[in-house]
Write a protein of this length. Structure first.
Ligand SMILES: *Cc1c(COP(=O)(O)O)cnc(C)c1O
Length: 394
């Protein structure tokens, strides 16, 4: 090992250990579900993105098993070589159908989709205008494109309009936003973004990773939630959250958008195709997400109940509708202490601190699922009640 590089890495890790602390992965045993096994204990799981509670659905798992038996595990080739199977096309068609788009293209993750979409669609004469709180993968994907870049203050439509006006000379303008922002659980003001896009002849790209399957009567996402189906030009999303949680991402849009990506998007072309068992599981997960609207009703009821319970206990909860519930503690050590105390009381939820959220906005992020029983939510609320003394003493 090169000593110069080694020294620098060790130095930086030491610094990080004393400032923000080093990240340590929590090792979980057993399958994903409303409870999780951690270090021999069973915790109520308020930390996963399994919003519809179908990651462990028997039909989803059986589809994967059947595909494993019939097609094997991996295809050891890209989509453009001998990696494509019927199930990839089926999954692309069911994604397009779910979100109401002409076509869709699969990636191995939404991170990949976001890395591959901008460079393929835009060039140096174009401008990308991006919300400052957009997901890391959008930020990186935008960096990979040769288009001009502008960042607008989070949800600030006046600032967005200023950026649009500044980029009036560009060939295309593309407004980029998360549909639901993962730290605050707030929903982008799509109707206003869409209006601004119309008046400045801009296109609109929405990353609906936290919304597909979750928002809208049929689970089509943020656009459906606002009655704006068809109003988004380019939609990106994940199969790793509400849609079964296996893995995979996608871009959906008009035929020409998707065909251009098929021809030119590097993370689509230069990588191994999605393993058929994952694709088959996702097809079934989408059928369930569409076919059981009761799951979304259950999710909404669970979310409303838990939001109210936390508020009644005296917690400062950011308002909203989404199952992401930010419990504001506004102190780094307080957020960490509350998360640790919750774990001792049988609840898994994570503390988020700088640099993930701004300093002073430290919080516990709670994520509710349709799979949580009333008993599990009551148990979790009781744990929050017991740890509230930490907040009172702070
Ligand atoms: C989770 C998430 C991603 C990444 O999705 P993966 O499929 O896990 O790579 C991208 N964008 C947003 C907004 C997300 O929340």
């Amino acid at each position: 090992m090169n000593a110069t590089l080694l020294d620098r890495l060790q130095q930086e890790l030491d610094d990080r250990r004393t400032t923000t602390g080093l990240r340590r992965d929590l090792v979980v045993s057993g399958p994903q579900g409303p409870t999780l096994g951690v270090a021999g204990a069973t915790l109520v799981n308020l930390a996963s993105n399994d919003y519809l509670g179908i990651a462990g659905d028997p039909e989803v798992l059986e589809s994967a098993r059947r595909a494993l038996r019939d097609h094997g595990l991996g295809v050891t080739a890209g989509r453009v070589l001998c990696g494509t199977r019927t199930v990839h096309g089926q999954l692309e068609a069911s994604i397009a159908d779910l979100v109401g788009a002409e076509d869709a293209l699969l990636y191995n993750s939404c991170f990949d989709a976001n890395l591959g979409v901008f460079d393929a669609l835009l060039g140096r004469d174009d401008a990308i205008i991006s919300d400052e709180l957009n997901h890391a993968s959008l930020i990186d994907g935008i960096r990979l494109s040769s288009a001009r870049r502008r960042v607008f203050a989070h949800g600030d439509l006046a600032d967005l309009e200023r950026c649009l006006a500044e980029c009036a000379d560009a060939r295309h303008r593309l407004i980029v936003t998360d549909g639901v922002f993962s730290m605050d659980g707030d929903i982008a003001a799509l109707p206003r973004l869409h209006e601004l896009a119309q008046s400045y002849d801009a296109a609109l790209l929405v990353d609906d990773s936290h919304a597909t399957g979750v928002l809208g009567a049929t689970g089509a996402g943020t656009a459906e939630y606002f009655g704006l189906t068809g109003g988004v030009d380019v939609l990106t999303g994940t199969l790793g959250k509400a849609l079964g949680g296996g893995a995979g991402g996608f871009v959906a849009g008009s035929w020409a958008v998707v065909e251009t990506l098929r021809q030119a998007s590097r993370p689509y072309i230069f990588t191994n195709a999605m393993a058929p068992p994952l694709a088959a599981a996702a097809v079934t997960a989408i059928q369930i997400a569409r076919g059981r609207p009761g799951l979304r009703e259950r999710l909404a009821a669970n979310t409303a109940w838990f939001r109210d319970a936390l508020r009644d206990l005296g917690y400062d909860v950011l308002p909203g509708q989404h199952p992401i519930i930010p419990v504001m503690l506004r102190g780094r050590s307080l957020a960490r202490d509350v998360a640790m105390a919750l774990r001792d009381e049988g609840v898994l939820a994570f503390a988020l601190s700088y640099p993930v959220v701004p300093a002073g906005e430290e919080r516990i992020r709670v994520q509710v699922s349709a799979a949580h029983t009333a008993g599990q939510l009551e148990e979790a609320a009781a744990a929050f009640e017991r740890v509230h003394k930490l907040v009172d003493c702070a």
